[in-house]
Write a protein that binds this ligand. Structure first.
Ligand SMILES: Cc1cc2nc3c(=O)[nH]c(=O)nc-3n(C[C@H](O)[C@H](O)[C@H](O)COP(=O)(O)OP(=O)(O)OC[C@H]3O[C@@H](n4cnc5c(N)ncnc54)[C@H](O)[C@@H]3O)c2cc1C
Length: 162
């Protein structure tokens, strides 16, 4: 079992509910997996957070899918804020990093639910019937991935803590 390390600058650490709020509203992040030749493969992806999981959709093949099949360990990073303050030579940032394990979702019921969650996240005003039509079209050719979060931290610039 991995022991995840604590944040050194703990005053800048966000409360868990703030981190979850960031994951819930974000529309993209960067998934880090162990890619070809052991090189870390950091790939930007759309996603949706639900109940301690992150769902992603993907084509059925490619670097990402091969990496996930080889090793389930991963991390995912979302940048919530990056306000550059040139006069201060700094940026007011806020971000979340989650560690966990990722795998391909095989169960058709869960695949359908993941697509529904993704659809509602990206088209919150969309009509349920249109969404179902998209899901029916996409289901046969899409791969759904689920990351189970084991550890999560959020951090903000010291200036935002004041
Ligand atoms: C904001 C955002 C949201 C995205 N959302 C999704 C999503 O929800 N689902 C999805 O499947 N894809 C999404 N993409 C595209 C995604 O980043 C990958 O390009 C795609 O998933 C294919 O990955 P792959 O490993 O199968 O590609 P492959 O073609 O197998 O990768 C081969 C090589 O191509 C290069 N490469 C692949 N992707 C990128 C990239 N994005 N930028 C630069 N080089 C790259 C890398 O060198 C990689 O090793 C999104 C991209 C962005 C920027």
């Amino acid at each position: 079992m991995t022991t995840f390390r604590p944040m050194r600058r703990h005053r800048q650490q966000l409360a868990d509910d703030e981190s979850l709020a960031i994951l819930s509203r974000a529309t993209s992040g960067v998934l880090a997996i162990i890619g070809d030749g052991g090189y870390p493969y950091a790939v930007p992806l759309s996603f949706v957070y639900h109940d301690n999981h992150l769902y992603f959709h993907s084509a059925r093949e490619g670097h990402k899918i091969d990496a996930v099949r080889q090793d389930e360990r991963c991390s995912f990073c979302v940048i919530d804020r990056d306000d550059v303050h040139p006069a201060e030579f700094t940026t007011y940032f806020r971000s979340v990093i989650a560690f966990g394990r990722i795998h391909i979702v095989e169960d058709d019921g869960e695949r359908m639910e993941a697509l529904r969650l993704l659809g509602r996240h990206y088209a919150p005003c969309g009509h349920e019937l249109d969404l179902q039509h998209e899901i029916d079209k996409g289901m046969p050719r899409v791969t759904l991935l689920r990351m189970d979060i084991e550890h999560m931290t959020g951090k903000q610039a010291i200036e935002l803590t004041h």
